[in-house]
Ligand binder design. Structure first.
Ligand SMILES: Nc1ncnc2c1ncn2[C@@H]1O[C@H](COP(=O)(O)OP(=O)(O)O)[C@@H](O)[C@H]1O
Ligand SMILES: N[C@@H](CCOP(=O)(O)O)C(=O)O
Length: 310
């Protein structure tokens, strides 16, 4: 019997502008790795955390890896133990679904260790529990795409209704991660609690348009729909250079830009790698001009999601 499994789970862009808490997609290469080992001593233990600068909790009721696995084991009435090692590839509070990637990798590793009693889709509720711990909100728009890959819609939470959407060919994402940290809990606290009928109508039109654009592979429709009148107006104020960046890339041929998750990372969608690289260069200069260091990542949409590596 296999005693130890390692899994990788990718970074994700949640919301995708108009899909607050209901839409996200996965990124290539960037992500977290988790190794889970079976032990005879009952209970979970976080035995190792690397790449976090010593900032993440070892307490099993605080780390998203162990919280997610515990939720899964509760369902199975499992009486053995597991040791968990986390290798963080993602920066904390980045808006790239860092807490979610840890949970997704942990679940895929633990599930494989037990002989895959759950389909990947069935792991989402366990991962959602870990998001409640990380940011106080049980949102699924990072954990679902990190587990399943591609664009994922969360049509409803009660009961959970998750739909994987098509990924148009040639779609590239540029991620700009300015060297700032924003806690998801903090950037949720700045959101308005009420929205007007007018804004609800605009947002519904855009999310419907974005999903239709994904199904039809219609990049012009995707471009027209990448607008957010709900979260972005409040959150953009927390990201220096956000509107300057949007202005600077206007003529470069990108489809649109927005805040990745709750920020500070900004995502830009482009029709092809060349434009994705060009807007990356332009945006980098915008951030550097205002004295902010920035990491630039270019990626296709990752359609695979979390997977076992060894
Ligand atoms: N394994 C983990 N990886 C990342 N963050 C974790 C993890 N476990 C717990 N957390 C907590 O979650 C918070 C980071 O999550 P969040 O601000 O939502 O970042 P992100 O936007 O990158 O997902 C921090 O308070 C951190 O302590
Ligand atoms: N829908 C959530 C997404 C948070 O993503 P994160 O990557 O910043 O954790 C929100 O907008 O709060």
């Amino acid at each position: 019997m296999v005693k130890s499994v390692t899994a990788f789970a990718p970074a994700t862009v949640a919301n995708v502008s108009c899909g607050f808490d209901i839409l996200g997609f996965a990124i290539d290469e960037l992500g977290d790795k988790v190794t889970v080992s079976l032990t005879d001593t009952p209970g979970l233990k976080m035995v190792r955390i690397e790449g976090d600068g010593g900032r993440l909790p070892y307490e099993v009721d605080k780390n998203t890896c162990s919280v997610a696995i515990q939720a899964m084991l509760d369902k199975l009435f499992f009486d053995k133990g597991m040791e968990i090692s986390l290798y963080k590839g993602l920066p904390l509070g980045s808006g790239m679904g860092s807490s979610a990637a840890s949970a997704a990798a942990a679940l895929v590793a633990a599930n494989a260790l037990l002989g895959n009693p759950f389909e990947k889709k069935d792991l989402i509720p366990f991962a959602i529990e870990s998001e409640r711990i990380a940011c106080g909100a049980a949102h699924a728009d990072n954990v679902a795409p990190s587990l399943l890959g591609g664009f994922v819609l969360i049509r409803d939470y009660t009961p959970l209704d998750v739909v994987k959407l098509p990924v148009p060919k040639g779609l590239f994402c540029t991620l700009l991660h300015p060297h700032l940290e924003l806690n998801t809990a903090d950037s949720r606290s700045v959101l308005r609690k009420q929205i007007s009928l007018k804004d609800a109508t605009i947002q519904s039109g855009n999310i419907a348009g974005l999903i239709a654009g994904l199904f039809q592979g219609d990049l012009a429709l995707i471009s027209r729909s990448l607008k957010d009148v709900i979260a972005e107006p409040s959150r953009a104020l927390l990201i220096p250079g956000f509107y300057e960046l949007r202005e600077a890339i206007k003529a470069a041929g990108a489809l649109g830009s927005g805040i990745s998750g709750s920020g500070p990372t900004v995502f830009i969608l482009s029709p092809g790698k060349e434009i994705a690289q060009k807007v990356g260069q332009i945006s980098k200069q915008v951030f550097e001009k205002i004295g902010l260091g920035v990491d630039v990542y270019i990626s296709e949409v990752n359609d695979k999601g979390a997977y076992v590596v060894e």
